[in-house]
Design a protein around this ligand. Structure first.
Ligand code: BMA
Length: 311
């Protein structure tokens, strides 16, 4: 049975490696925003080496995307950045904030994985700002406005002791982060029991910040990546108002079940529309990009009326 929360676009997958004018093995995990009247997507691709780079594709309607002829971000050659991006740049998320577009991405190196912050105003050029975590962190999403005078983000540190969980951190300048605390943990014997992480940058709704996250369940046949939703208080986002008990999307289409890593749907971006829907983008089996739509109010209601404990 298909998910009742996300309606898949009938033209899925919307982007595959055949659509990319330079050699890549995969096209997946993508951040998307509206910019200058069109949709801009930053997507991850594996190269033949297994290391990742970030490409850019554009669309008029949010479903039909055309890739630029060259990648948008490759491992940096600049001092400091190059040491931490040696093994690749992955999983970009984009937040429109105070007139600029901020990109958080995973930077891999012999020192582990940490999060880089980059900035663009035109999607033609991009500048590295800073690394905003130590190792080991992934999945950092920045809120699209200040909350109580501070920038806010959801993040996901790694731990040997606790199942990997969603945390929140705050900053005066987007570079120095602190006042961190855990806000949502996996639930035992549940679809997200193994680990969870932020997916799309939070979306403002009347009832709270909507957080679309991924959760992982271990099976004898590997890990299954699904998507779920949580709602955070608008003024105090460390306070979780509800976490949907059920997933909103799970691998079902062939290209989600089989690919580079099978049984994966993984999001880095969703675009809210004026009509109360959102366009959701996800990587299918770490190999292709898929899209769908959801009604924001239905996701909010799931968080509030059918919720499981946050911690
Ligand atoms: C995670 C990350 C994601 C990937 C997912 C499924 O740990 O590496 O980029 O989509 O695994 O393989």
């Amino acid at each position: 049975m298909k998910s009742e929360y996300v309606r898949r676009y009938e033209g899925n997958p919307i982007l595959t490696k055949e659509d990319i004018p330079y050699p890549v093995q995969t096209v997946h995990n993508a951040g998307v925003v509206k910019f200058d009247g069109r949709y801009v997507m930053l997507f991850r691709s594996h190269l033949d080496t297994g290391r990742s780079i970030i490409g850019l594709a554009e669309s008029e309607d949010g479903f039909n995307f055309k890739s630029r002829p060259a990648p948008f971000m490759v491992p940096s050659a600049e001092p400091v950045f190059c040491e931490y991006e040696e093994y690749g740049v992955e999983d970009p998320r984009i937040t429109h904030l105070e007139g600029a577009y901020y990109i958080t991405y995973s930077a891999y190196s012999r020192h582990g994985v940490r999060i880089g912050l980059a900035k663009t105003t035109d999607f033609q050029t991009v500048e590295r700002v800073a690394f905003i975590t130590q190792a080991d962190y992934r999945n950092v999403v920045i809120f699209p406005e200040k909350v109580n005078g501070r920038y806010a983000r959801l993040d996901r540190p790694h731990s040997d002791i606790s199942p990997w969980s969603i945390w929140i951190s705050f900053s005066p300048d987007l570079i120095h982060w602190g006042d961190s605390r855990v806000v949502i943990k996996p639930v035992k014997y549940h679809w997200d029991q193994m680990k969870i992480g932020p997916g799309a940058p939070p979306i403002r709704t009347d009832k709270g910040w909507l957080n679309i996250y991924h959760g992982v369940f271990p099976t004898m046949d590997g890990h299954v990546y699904r998507l779920g939703v949580a709602l955070h208080d608008l003024n105090h986002p460390a306070k979780v108002l509800g976490v949907g008990d059920r997933w909103i999307l799970q691998p079902e289409d062939t290209w989600e079940l089989v690919g580079y890593v099978h049984n994966v749907v993984f999001t880095c971006g969703a675009v809210p529309e004026d009509d109360g829907t959102l366009k959701l983008y996800w990587g299918g089996a770490d190999k292709v990009i898929c899209a769908g739509t959801a009604v924001i109010e239905e996701l909010v209601e799931l968080c509030l009326t059918d919720s499981r404990p946050a911690l």
